[in-house]
Design a protein around this ligand. Structure first.
Ligand SMILES: [Mg+2]
Length: 187
């Protein structure tokens, strides 16, 4: 796992060295939270992929009712996918929250590797041109989506840093996150 992470970090750094513009390119838009995205304004949007932890919920937290309502409503108009690098257990938990909906949940996604993104695009037979990725992680979510040409790559602020009702992430993750955002987001 660590080896994979380093391989991808290396690939990222290499791209950054040779294509300085990449930092500018791989995030198409920034918003405060997933609630601030005007989904209706994206023409031909068919598929929305959401990260979970610190995007829709706090880290390993349950979904609040309002969030569930928003996501379910979106799923009436778009194909909605919840894609997380988290465990199988977390995947099952989320599936239970969204049973009797057409929302597709996938855990152990290995973002920013391409295979889970590709799996979803193929499963629903939707072009990356008609797809949006929403997440708080510039490396896993944004760069991952960029690598498979997902058109709209929307970076949001970590939910626990903007929503007082959300429990803060474990401090080690917070430190890592700060470092990641420094490294991967162009000022
Ligand atoms: Mg996240």
């Amino acid at each position: 796992m660590i080896l994979i992470a380093y391989t991808y970090l290396f690939e990222y750094l290499r791209e950054m060295l040779f294509v300085k513009e990449i930092k500018k390119k791989y995030i198409t838009q920034r918003k405060n939270t997933f609630r601030d995205i005007e989904y209706n304004s994206y023409k031909n949007l068919k598929l929305i992929i959401f990260d979970v932890d610190d995007t829709l919920t706090g880290f390993f937290q349950k979904f609040d009712e309002n969030t569930k309502k928003i996501i379910k409503k979106l799923s009436q108009k778009y194909q909605v996918v919840i894609l997380t690098n988290s465990t199988k257990g977390r995947e099952e938990e989320i599936k239970k929250e969204f049973d009797k909906t057409n929302i597709f949940v996938k855990g152990m996604a290995d973002k920013p590797m391409k295979h889970s993104f590709q799996f979803i695009l193929e499963k629903f037979d939707i072009s990356p041109e008609n797809t949006m990725m929403v997440g708080d992680n510039p490396f896993a979510d944004m760069w991952g989506a960029y690598r498979v040409n997902i058109r709209h790559r929307i970076l949001i602020e970590p939910l626990s840093s903007v929503d007082k009702n959300i429990k803060e992430t474990f401090f080690l993750f917070r430190i890592l996150r700060g470092f990641e955002r420094k490294l991967f987001i162009k000022k």
